[in-house]
Ligand binder design. Structure first.
Ligand SMILES: Cc1ncc(COP(=O)(O)O)c(C=O)c1O
Length: 405
């Protein structure tokens, strides 16, 4: 329940240390620290707005990542990327977390970031005119990356629980395959924005459908470190029947490293020769310093990640309790992973819920309509922030709704 502990309600601004640490002691950044940041999340809107939109976290940098960066800078090690340190670190992480043995270096390519990795993967698998199947509501750049490659989008909407829907997938895959033998299915595993984590059985079914229609699969697994208690992540390539699939991974979401560009494109065994077709300039588009930071996160950032997950679980609990008690008309299905909450605001009868909360509450959320079919009437709330800021934002939203009544 909320207020959180012993009836205490966190407050942003006037927050005590406890209010920025939540109940498990995780060190979130304070409002003053966050306002000194110059990245997108805290600069797009003015100081009157609490930004709970773009997928940056309000965590302080994990000490192991910070130490790796300080070491690189002290040695002036700022040249082009080299070596398989990042890939090796990811292999160790995947083995330890999920018992998955990722193949060695020829099956793994360094790419600048996940969306460039997806773009390269699409280029390996097809060309202009070959459809891309997506599962909306979904991360908006999925539509943009397909459009940029001249590839029409075929939609396979999620089911009402925000999960992959075998029925809509079967029909979308059939339509895509009928249009071209080089169609691609692009998955978000875990799913942004609904925070669902597909089970091994669900993904096995997807793999069987894709195979039956001859459609190649790209699995975007950027959120895979962020799976909360009660769910388990399944790497798509760890399943039978995914030999010709590609996956893209990164430490960018798990350790908040979007400003340090480096990701990994991983090929199933049948696709390994294809990776050689990626131009060298793509790997050079990743930062050497960034690859070292991401490698440090995967190699030694597990304990910090576990603390973060505990803090996110606490915020998930707070959010669910607050929405249930104080935001009537808003429907909340607790996410299993990510730090994103998909709030169904259809019951509020607002034409533009994100616009309303920005104007009337001073809280920036991501408009659901940007996520495609099934998104309008919803907002995406980023709860990777201190309990103090989260509760303050929710109080503002509740106040704006109360004034409207
Ligand atoms: C599903 C998904 N893919 C990709 C990205 C972007 O990753 P990158 O910055 O590495 O391109 C995000 C960012 O939020 C995301 O949610």
């Amino acid at each position: 329940m909320w207020p959180v502990e012993g009836g205490r309600t966190p407050r942003a601004g006037a927050g005590t240390e406890w209010e920025y640490r939540g109940v498990n002691g995780f060190a979130w950044a304070t409002l003053d620290q966050l306002r000194s940041r110059t990245s997108l999340k805290w600069r797009r809107y003015g100081e009157a707005v609490l930004p709970l939109w773009v997928a940056e976290m309000d965590a302080l940098l994990a000490p192991v990542v910070r130490e790796a960066l300080e070491d690189v800078l002290a040695r002036g090690d700022t040249g082009y990327p080299w070596g398989a340190g990042y890939a090796e670190a990811y292999r160790g992480f995947a083995r330890e977390r999920w018992g998955w043995d990722v193949a060695g270096p020829p099956a793994v390519a360094l790419v600048p970031d996940v969306m460039h990795g997806v773009a390269e993967a699409l280029a390996l698998l097809g060309g202009p005119g070959d459809p891309v199947v997506v599962t909306p509501p979904v991360y908006p750049p999925f539509f943009a990356v397909a459009a940029r490659a001249g590839r029409p989008v075929v939609e396979a909407p999620l089911d009402p629980r925000g999960r992959l829907d075998p029925g809509s997938l079967a029909s979308a895959l059939a339509r895509a395959a009928a249009a071209s033998p080089r169609a691609t299915l692009l998955l978000s595993n875990p799913h942004n924005p609904t925070g669902t984590v597909p089970t091994g059985d669900e993904l096995t079914r997807v793999a069987a459908l894709a195979r039956a229609h001859g459609v190649a699969v790209i699995s975007d697994e950027i959120h895979s470190p962020l799976v909360l208690a009660g769910a388990r992540f399944t790497p798509y390539l760890s399943l039978e029947g995914t030999e010709d699939a590609l996956a893209v991974v990164s430490a960018s979401k798990g350790w908040n490293l979007a400003g340090l560009k480096a990701a990994l494109l991983i090929a199933g065994p049948a696709r390994v020769p294809d990776l050689a077709r990626i131009p060298e300039s793509v790997a050079h588009g990743a930062g050497h310093v960034a690859a070292i930071a991401h490698g440090a996160a995967f190699a030694a950032g597990g304990p910090w990640l576990d603390e973060l997950l505990g803090a996110l679980e606490e915020n998930r609990r707070l959010l669910g309790a607050f929405v249930g008690e104080r935001l009537p008309g808003v429907n909340y299905r607790a996410p299993q992973g990510t730090y994103l909450a998909w709030l169904d605001c259809a019951g509020l009868g607002l034409a533009d819920p994100a616009g309303f909360f920005l104007e009337a509450a001073g809280v920036a959320l991501s408009p659901g309509a940007d996520f495609g079919t099934g998104g309008s009437g919803a907002v995406r709330l980023n709860f990777a922030t201190s309990p103090a800021i989260l509760i303050e934002a929710l109080e503002r939203m509740a106040g704006a709704l109360a004034r409207r009544r």
